[in-house]
Write a protein that binds this ligand. Sequence first.
Ligand code: FE2
Length: 299
Amino acid sequence: MPEPDTRRRERLDLSWETAEELAEWCVPLPVDAYGDAHRATAEPLPAAASQLARAAARFGRDLGEAGLLHVTGVLPPPTLPPTPGRPYVELRHPIGTEPLMLALGGLVGEVISFADWHGGDRVQNLYPLRAEAARQNASNAVYLEMHTETAFRPNTPDALILLCLRPDPGARTLVCDLHEVWDGLDPATRGALAEPAFAFHLPDGTSTEPKPVATPRGGRLRFNYADALCAVDERHRLPLRTLREGILARTVEITLRAGDLLFLDNLHLVHGRSGYGPRYDGTDRWLQRCLIRAAAERG
Ligand SMILES: [Fe+2]
């Protein structure tokens, strides 16, 4: 695995005092993290977390080139229940970190949700489900293919935040910066990837509407990618393969620990996860996630 590009990877280790103050601040706050009837704004973070707040706001301003922000030291709730065995949309018990997720999301941009995904919940809870083990989603156990989060949607999020509540040392989060891959591509390959020539094959034998992998956005590039993407003709096959090989060569691995926060710039990072071995006994890996639209995209 290559060394990550430090220009686009920032790390912030919270002090014990800051983490304790944050944990205390989270407890009494009522939030509407679940369901789709919620207040638009979250409570601001306490003053003790000003360094974290500044880092999150800076990440939001830099979207498009913000890369990865890895924060360590958040205290998971001491009374974290066993990892559930059914979708969280059937439970929706706040576990205490929702105010933090929503506040951080609000500093990066605007937390968004999809009515047809996790029931419109703004804080999404991700853990392995036995019935999903072999599928291509975050509840699986097999290798989760590299992807832009909800790629090619009109409202594809610009960023996401992940919080590790319960880790699994066997599950490695995979991240690749497509700017780094792009920098190594020749002009012809770049040109081909900017053409609407990439689609997904559907089970009924048809394909989705062809779209470009790279599109201009505010003077920068927005990438949409998933390993399952196919070129619609011969001319675009090699450029896609070249991109895929570049991603393979430049992917970095992160083994999340309890209390790790990852801010991912979804405009130019793709992510995935190694396969691992869930036990389905309440001790499995558990993440929370927020999807975010850049502030400049509002309204
Ligand atoms: Fe994802």
